[in-house]
Design a protein around this ligand. Sequence first.
Ligand SMILES: Nc1ncnc2c1ncn2[C@@H]1O[C@H](COP(=O)(O)OP(=O)(O)O)[C@@H](O)[C@H]1O
Ligand SMILES: [Mg+2]
Length: 639
Amino acid sequence: MSHKKKEKDNQEKRIFNFSKVLYKDIIAPSCVKEIAPGDISVNGQADSYWVEIGDISGAAKYCRSYYANITGNATYAGMLNSLYTIDFGETDCDVALHFSPADTSKVVWQLEREIARLEADYAEEANSARRQTLLKNIHELQRRHSALTSHNEKLFFGSIQVTVTAQDQNEMKQFCNLLARRLRTKNVILKAADMRQLDAFINATPLGDNIPRDAYQDLESSNIADMFPFGTGGLRHQTGAILGHDPQGNIIFYNCWHPMHENYNIVIFGRSGSGKSYLVKLLSARSVLINIMTVVIDPEREYENLMVGLGCPYISLSPDSKDTLNIFDVDLVDEDGILRADIEDAIRAVQAVVFRMIRVYDESILTGQVKVMILEKIKETYEHFGITEDPQSLYESPTNTDIIHVSGIKKKMPQLSDLVELMRMEPVLEDVSRILATFTKEGGTPSYAVFDCQSTVDDIWEYPMIAFSVADLDEDIMRPIGLFIATRWVWNKLSRDRRKRKRIVVDEAQTMMDTPETAKWLEDSFRRSRKRNISMCACTQGFEVFLRVDEGIGILKNATTKMLLKQEAIDIAAVREKFSLSDGEAEFLLTAPKGWGIVKANEDASVFFGEATEREHQMFTSDPNELVLLAERREGRGK
Ligand SMILES: Nc1ncnc2c1ncn2[C@@H]1O[C@H](COP(=O)(O)OP(=O)(O)O)[C@@H](O)[C@H]1O
Ligand SMILES: [Mg+2]
């Protein structure tokens, strides 16, 4: 033995033996040692093979490695996922995959010879059962041959190594047995790397390049794709509501209030029928369990079933309903312990509604001068009713002078007809007041006058879910106005209690984007929501339409979570650009089945399917055929 080699051996011995603490021990263990049956291990005589990683006090970890063999090349997507995510207390397992390209032409030639041999056997075989088996084998080889020659598949040599690491010998053995049993059911056979455990251990680190030949097997590119841990990156929220699962079957937890999120807002984009409302229902119903309250503004009477199912209020805003909202309501805001009547916000909201109402008939009438005068008249209306920033000005007879606890009989608030009355006295506003009058009781169209009233909705805020329907209002004119009024009304009521987590859902939000004032309000609400502990959620179809206005872009910027469902072909280019989607993701969104989508929150993203239980589905679905069936089933039971 040469002098040099001896010195190297000694050096190796020093590395692999217990020694006193050196600075290297801070970054590397003092001892990595292979144990064989009969060797003296820390706990006495060993009965099988493993590797011990030690520190100065003895062995700290036990590792046992296996090479996995897939029988019959039968792989399927995500087949090794359980290995990547397996959890067994302190025990863990690491997977090392090594692939190297094989010489395809050589394999093609071997396949041709094998096929020719089997065909000859087939021609001579008399037994029909054996002929069938031969034929099956020939077909399989022909399939592989054609996949390789047409370059649909490439050939690789691959090895799969699994290394189990535990802090306790018994735990390691138990875990190894469990793993071997579990994988056998998936056509994966584990062979222990006995007598070469140390080599195997090093192979699982970036230092190893010494894979034994018998650990390799032929694999086609699709086999390798099946083993890859796609999708396990996903959304990494530890807690939250269950959103569904990813294509590998991993459950996705989603938490709006995740500490890494700058805001709690959500936007959901998808073409009509892609499952936006269904997803909202799923998320809202499950959020109840984690103490998040949801209020939905429903433009299509889609949420009634769910609310009835949950025993929560479904408030319909229509001429026949006893539930009414007044756009002039002023709410109290808590600013560092001091309550203030937010009259400024109320004025802005009334202005937005009034402008929108006028625009329905004659946009040109809204000149700069008219706008300013309308604003003055709104302020005057409040003054007339004695309403100021002082919270007590909202009450008839203040009984308590303590500003924090305002009580008493609520004052009658101004209504739209009061504003119209004042405007009439101003000659310049004559035409405008005539238009606005159609939205008051005197206008003679009850469905247009639903918001010229005092609010009657109260005492609902303890429910975990509430829905307001504007579906009974006429689609073109009153529904978009109602959507805005209800959303803003709810927003103000919910702003008060900042400790409570709550979500406001605006379905079909694109209808708020076609007038500047309502679009502006929605954008502002997305910006201001975090301080009020509100999660705003806007669902919309027509991505391009939504983003055509600056406010749409503002909303997108102020929503940490984006959920994308199936997209229209005309929108896909814009969606792709805005969310930096890959080719694959864009293609997926064009063809996504109902309920499938992509969720993005900060850096995390995952493909998901919002899967409901059967009971949930009965409450969530709005498919008319299913609803008829469900109603029939209920009636049958009733008889
Ligand atoms: N995740 C899902 N699982 C099962 N069915 C779904 C799912 N998403 C949508 N659907 C079906 O598709 C219908 C339309 O979905 P919906 O949410 O109303 O679409 P959108 O609001 O996007 O127009 C639902 O009523 C339901 O029957
Ligand atoms: Mg919908």
